[in-house]
Design a protein around this ligand. Sequence first.
Ligand code: ZN
Length: 293
Amino acid sequence: MNKWIIGEVEITRVLEFECPLLDPLDLFPNADKETIEYNKHWLQPTLQDPNSGLLILSFHSFLIQTPRHLILVDTCGGNDKKRPQKPRYHMNSWPYLENLEIAKIHPNEIDYVLCTHLHVDHVGWNTRLVNGNWIPTFPNAKYLFSEREWDFWKEEYLSGEFKDDPYAEDSILPIFKFNQALLVDDNYQIDDWVGLETTPGHTPGHLSVNIRSGPDLVVMSGDIMHHPLQCVEPNWNSCFCVDPIKSIETRKKFLATHEKTQALIMPAHFPTPGAGRIIGHGNAYKFNFSEKF
Ligand SMILES: [Zn+2]
C-alpha cells in the first residue's frame, strides 16, 4: 500500500486492480506503431508488458486524511456489477474493502466520496449489493458529484441515446435515493486542505482535486491522462475522451502548470506507485514516479 505524508495530510492509495490491459493503439486512437516502438525502452517492463505489448493500467482510489475529514477520491469499478459491454468490469469480486481495512479504515468513517467524473470505472464502489439491493458503501459520507457533470449524463440517459452498461442505475442513482449526493460547482472547497478544480474535456464536468498543506501541493488529476505516454505525447486523447479538443487543451495546460508548480501528481490509472512529478523533456514532458512526497 502506497502512502504519502504531506504536512498535516496523509494520502493512501487503495488498489482495486492493476494489470496489462489495453493495446496502446486502441487506448490512443491517434497513436502510431513507430512512436510506441521508439518509447519502448522506458515503457517496458513497468508501464507496458513486454510479452503482450499491452499498457499496464491501475484502478485505485486515493484516501485523503486531513485533520478534519476522511475523503475518498474515485471508487473504481466495484463488485457484482453487470457490465456485459465491458467485461473487465463485469461481475468482479475484488478485495477492495479488505484493502481499505488494511489501511485501517472502516467504510462508516468516510466523510466524503468524490468522483472526479461519472465514468463506469470511477463510481463502482459508490454502492455494494446487499440482499439484492444497491446500497451506499459509505453510509455516513456525502458523495460529491460535479453538477455540470451530472447534468450532462442525466440528459444523455433521459434522451434514450445512452447505450452503455447500466452503471447509473446501480452506482449513481442509489446515492440520490439515499439522500447522500451533493452536487457541487467547479471550485468547491471541502475543507482548509482539499479543494476541487474544473478540468473539462475527458468529460464535461471532470474535476481535479488540489490538496495543500503549507507550501506543499498534491493534485489528483483523474483522467486528464490515462498513462505516462500522454506526458510525452500530450496530443494523444484516450478513446474515452468526450470532447477531444477540450481534452488536449486541458492536458497541455495541466502539464505546463505543474511542470512549474512541481506538485506531486496522482492520476487515476498510472501504475504503482501511482504518483510522480512532471518534468520538461524536449518539446513535451516526462513523468517521474515518486514513492515519497
Ligand atoms: Zn478512468
